[in-house]
Design a protein around this ligand. Sequence first.
Ligand SMILES: [Zn+2]
Length: 155
Amino acid sequence: MKDKTIYDKIFDGPCEVCCKTIKKDCYGQGKCPYCGWRNCYLNEENPDKVIHPNLVSLNKAKHLHAQGKQIEPDLDDFIGALHAYSEVQFCYHGICYAVELIGFEAGNIKIQLYNTKTKEEFVYNNDDAFKNNAIVEGKLLKEIWDETTDRNWLQ
Ligand SMILES: [Zn+2]
């Protein structure tokens, strides 16, 4: 085992969210098998920011966990994740939708909602317009958000 370095080692440590003992590497990285949180030292340094590969901030995750809820993004968290990753997705009634930031070149960033089945694209001028006006299957996204699934960054 001579050529093993500290970077290969796995340690026992507390999950940042549920505090149960989990396996972590030297960067504090490890997915918690109990609450699903993806641990990383960067979370504790930026507790209010969405850090890859999570979709909510550490403080939000702790808050949800304390309430006995699953660590899932609400629409505001999802928009925060969009700004962290540039491309995110969700599914509704089995259809996946890609949400992307566009317009970087023009310096005028907008939000595009893309239906991967119909190939329809809708563009919203800013976060508020997306949050309040985005429509999915004729319904306001903000009203059906709890029924969406597979929220994630685009892989
Ligand atoms: Zn945990």
